[in-house]
Design a protein around this ligand. Structure first.
Ligand SMILES: *Cc1c(COP(=O)(O)O)cnc(C)c1O
Length: 383
């Protein structure tokens, strides 16, 4: 039924112009592919999904059981303090519960750091080819963004973070927030513990440094150390982690930040009271208790990461060094055609043009069988 044209006000305002300035130029998240449609087209279980860095082995059975049990309490609000999960995390990480902030995924927390600490007169620094969320967070907060050039081609960590360039960018006038993923998505590269400490040494305490360790559990490079060990030395440091990757709970949305208790207290003012639901809290707590499951998944990833890297290099592809559960792979001028050919064969990978890497695809490390299908599909995709 249409309403009487003589009543009300049917002229649509320009909503984009009404939005606060930071939002006007912002683009909504682009998921890359319509996975629901692709799954329907290729049939249940046939699509090889290597586009989102998910854990192909699935969550701990203990986490699944805890999630099921928690569903029975879904008529109650979740614990707004996330006390049980914070206790478990605090014990495992050797920090106080008051140093922990829980998020509906770490994405939420990454956005909120900018909301809390950045703005038109408080800029954000990040690396070229850094995680896309940081730039969105800065834009949404209306904050100027300073981008440090990545390491050049030819360097062992080409396209990875350049600690000196990051330091220069973060020392720029008005910068109050530095985001850095270690290891980084989408490059897979990492910086070692000494470089990170030098970076922190060079920054005044007023610059908040967010080290995003979404992939920390996958690292086995000897020079790497989690920034968690640096927390007592640098009060302006905060570390984010997630249950989405190594713990295989991406669908439940749980992440956390670890930092100074006074910083966490400020962030708590912004946090929505029930941001982590009861099923997610229960599953994450149980997942944390199943270290054997975690270790198995990480070991399988390391094995498959090495095999997939080798398979791609045998096919003449340049594969960036990775300490994560994905690989950044160069396909040159054949990139778009390769991506399309893979998709036709039911293999989803992530195009990187949005990151300024139009010559690369980001390929998650799948199970052994999935990686074989990827390599076969590449062989079928032509040169
Ligand atoms: C996947 C990822 C995250 C995790 O996001 P969640 O919201 O916790 O699922 C954070 N940072 C980086 C760099 C990532 O790749």
């Amino acid at each position: 039924m249409t309403s009487d044209p003589g009543i009300g006000n049917s002229a649509a305002p320009c909503f984009a112009a009404l939005a606060q300035p930071g939002l006007r130029a912002l683009k909504a998240y682009d998921p890359g592919h319509d996975l629901v449609a692709l799954r329907a087209r290729h049939g249940a279980g046939r699509l090889v999904e290597l586009g989102a860095n998910e854990n192909p082995y699935g969550p701990s059975p203990l986490a699944v059981a805890a999630a099921r049990d928690a569903l029975g309490t879904a008529h109650r609000y979740p614990d707004p303090l996330g006390g049980g999960l914070k206790q478990a995390l605090a014990a495992r990480l050797g920090v106080a519960p008051a140093q922990l902030l829980l998020g509906n995924g770490s994405h939420e927390l990454l956005m909120q750091f900018a909301q809390a600490f950045a703005g038109p007169a408080a800029g954000v620094a990040m690396s070229q080819y850094g995680f896309a969320v940081y730039a969105l967070a800065a834009q949404a907060a209306g904050a100027p963004l300073r981008i440090a050039p990545a390491l050049p081609a030819g360097h062992a960590m080409a396209r990875g973070h350049d600690p000196e360039a990051l330091l220069a960018a973060a020392r720029g006038e008005d910068v109050r927030l530095l985001y850095l993923a270690n290891p980084n998505n989408p490059t897979g590269t990492w910086i070692d513990a000494d470089a990170l400490a030098r970076l922190l040494d060079g920054l005044p305490p007023e610059v908040l440094v967010v080290v995003d360790e979404a992939y920390a559990e996958f690292v086995d490079a000897p020079g790497y150390a989690s920034a968690l060990a640096l927390l007592p030395r640098y009060r302006n440091l905060v570390v984010t982690r997630t249950f989405s990757k190594a713990h295989a709970l991406a669908g439940l949305r749980v992440g956390y930040a670890v930092g100074d208790a006074a910083l966490v207290a400020v962030m708590e003012r912004l946090r929505e009271s029930f941001n982590v639901n009861c099923v997610a809290l229960a599953a994450a707590t149980a997942a944390l208790g199943d270290q054997a499951h975690l270790r198995e998944g990480v070991a399988a990833n390391a094995r498959e990461r090495a095999r997939l890297t080798e398979g791609l290099r045998e096919r003449g592809r340049f594969v960036h060094p990775s300490q994560t559960n994905f690989l950044l792979v160069e396909f040159g001028s054949a990139t778009a055609a390769t991506e399309a050919a893979l998709l036709r064969q039911g293999v989803v990978v992530r195009p990187m043009a949005g990151y300024g890497l139009p010559d690369c695809l980001r390929i998650s490390v799948g199970t052994a069988a999935e990686n074989v299908r990827l390599l076969q599909a590449l062989d079928g995709a032509g040169p």
